[in-house]
Design a binder for this molecule. Structure first.
Ligand code: TYD
Length: 208
């Protein structure tokens, strides 16, 4: 089973997912938590280029191609082999981030980014996508309050960019209702953890 975790900046998705992974592991499930861009040494190198604050001249299409390249390598080296072993793979961000950030907010077009990614992923889609929905104002304020989180090149975009990311994510949830579940990420941490945990468990039992 391949689960992806999506959402705007500061939605708390990474900490919630870490906690949910621990809960599933304690119950004996074989779960692997990974992330994009990154997850393998080559993809982490690509990540450094994409997120480097010094790369102010990066073209939007270059950005989209680099995310897709990092994704391809991550699938080939990690996601596909682990899935074939029967593991539950949970990825902190995947394809829908490219659709929301590059397709929507950067204005490159969702269908263009979808076809670019179709090539990169051989048309591989997640079984389940949890969307941690939050208003960008709240998400960005959380980031600002968290001194240990490093600010990256995309965090520095204007508020309109982040609003567009959120709206595109919500549109994607409507377009792909079979795999998307929207969670209210403005709720208290423990509540979001429980909702995310229940959603994944529900799909796991349906798969058996
Ligand atoms: P990261 O530090 O992992 O942020 P977060 O904790 O919010 O996940 O940085 C990833 C950044 O890359 C984030 O701003 C979202 C962006 N991104 C894209 O624009 N397109 C993509 O395809 C992916 C995977 C991420």
């Amino acid at each position: 089973m391949f689960v992806t975790i999506e959402g705007p900046e500061g939605s708390g998705k990474s900490s919630v997912t870490k906690k949910v992974t621990e809960m599933l592991e304690k119950e004996g499930y074989c779960v692997v938590l990974t992330r994009e861009p990154g997850g393998t040494p080559i993809s982490e190198q690509i990540r450094n280029v994409i997120l480097d604050k010094a790369n102010t001249k990066m073209d939007g299409m270059t950005e989209a191609l680099l995310y897709a390249a990092a994704r391809r390598q991550h699938l080939v080296e990690k996601v596909w082999p682990l899935s074939n072993e029967g593991k539950i793979v949970i990825s902190d961000r995947f394809l829908d981030s490219s659709l929301a950030y590059q397709g929507g907010a950067r204005g490159l077009g969702i269908d263009n980014i979808l076809s670019l990614n179709h090539f990169a992923t051989d048309g591989y889609y997640p079984d389940l996508t949890l969307l941690f929905d939050i208003e960008p104002e709240i998400g960005l304020a959380r980031i600002a309050a968290n001194a240990s989180r490093e600010v990256n090149r995309l965090d520095l975009e204007k508020i309109e960019f982040h609003r567009s990311v959120r709206q595109t994510f919500l549109g994607l949830a409507k377009r792909f209702p079979d795999r998307f579940v929207v969670l209210d990420a403005s709720k208290p941490f423990d509540e979001v953890v429980l909702n995310a945990y229940k959603t994944i468990k529900d799909r796991l039992s349906k798969c058996k």
